[in-house]
Ligand binder design. Structure first.
Ligand code: CAA
Length: 258
């Protein structure tokens, strides 16, 4: 695909947004390519995805400002829907997605990272929602996910002031789980993805579903969702395998996603 590369290493898929001349900014074509890359993920084989940016400098420098410049009201709303639809797809993708943020994560770049399950970043990463400085609001989920991730006070400060924050500050406020030297970021992402992929895939998927859906509802409704997800794991090969390995004091487990 033109602006998005997809490769696999065992049960781990790696999606790279690759438009380095524009610091991987998201135009309609990049968004379409990203959607197509997600279509191409073989969910029978792949158990965890990594999303990263091409080059050493930028994860994603935002939505494409050139493309947005001439939009009218309806066009602006439609562009926001286009981005949001794909980011919602990433958020609810059946398997976990790790954002390996390898540089600028501004505007739509910060937003796409927040649609992933887990964010880790390189020490040169820069996060921010600069939109109000461009005369617009965040439009790919930033007003919604940043407040949910770091709390409304910090989210409002960042969004209203349009100030960027470095990796250490992103770590301090809980926007990222860990910070690595640039060259260690992808290996760290792969290591984490492999650790996730080694667990029972049906159980991992049900965990993602329970956490994501539970965050939208009351604790009672959330625990009901958890009960359902818990139940769904039973009668699977992998439940028998995981518990059987424990009972037989066996270290090796053969999870087959069934
Ligand atoms: N859209 C389009 N092109 C972009 C871009 C973007 N968001 N970000 C960078 N580029 C392009 C630049 O125009 C430049 O292209 P040319 O070489 O053809 O001029 C190229 O990428 C390199 O950029 P710079 O020369 O500016 O690189 P730099 O290292 O000096 O600065 C930067 C890097 C600080 C990230 C700077 O490029 C920048 O501020 N980019 C814009 C960041 C931004 O405001 N993002 C939010 C966009 S709005 C949004 O995302 C809305 C939403 O929520 C949906």
């Amino acid at each position: 695909m033109g602006y998005v590369n997809y490769e696999t290493e065992g049960a781990v898929g790696i999606i790279t947004i690759d438009r380095p001349k524009a610091l991987n900014a998201l135009n309609s074509e990049v968004l379409d390519d990203l959607n197509a890359a997600l279509d191409g993920v073989d969910l029978d084989v792949i158990r965890c995805l990594i999303l990263t940016g091409g080059g050493q400098k930028s994860f994603v420098a935002g939505a494409d400002i050139g493309e947005m410049f001439d939009l009218d009201i309806a066009g602006g709303e439609a562009f926001a829907h286009k981005g949001n639809d794909i980011f919602l797809r990433i958020e609810s993708f059946p398997i976990p997605v790790i954002a390996a943020v390898n540089g600028f994560a501004l505007g739509g770049g910060c937003e796409i990272s927040m649609s992933c399950d887990i964010r880790i970043c390189s020490d040169n990463a820069l996060f921010g929602q600069p939109e109000v400085g461009l005369g617009i609001t965040p439009g790919f989920g930033g007003t919604q996910r940043l407040a949910r991730l770091v709390g409304s006070g910090i989210a409002k400060e960042l969004i209203y002031s349009a100030k960027n924050i470095k990796a250490d500050e992103a770590y301090r406020i809980g926007l990222v789980n860990a910070v690595y030297p640039q060259e260690e970021l992808l290996p760290a992402a792969k290591k984490l993805a492999s650790k996730i992929a080694a667990n029972a895939p049906i159980a991992v998927r049900q965990c993602k579903k329970a956490i994501n859906e539970g965050l939208q509802v009351s604790i009672k409704e959330g625990t009901d969702i958890e009960c359902k997800c818990f139940g769904e794991c039973f009668e699977t090969h992998d439940q028998k395998e995981g518990m059987g390995a424990f009972l037989e004091k066996r270290k090796e487990k053969n999870f087959i996603n069934k």
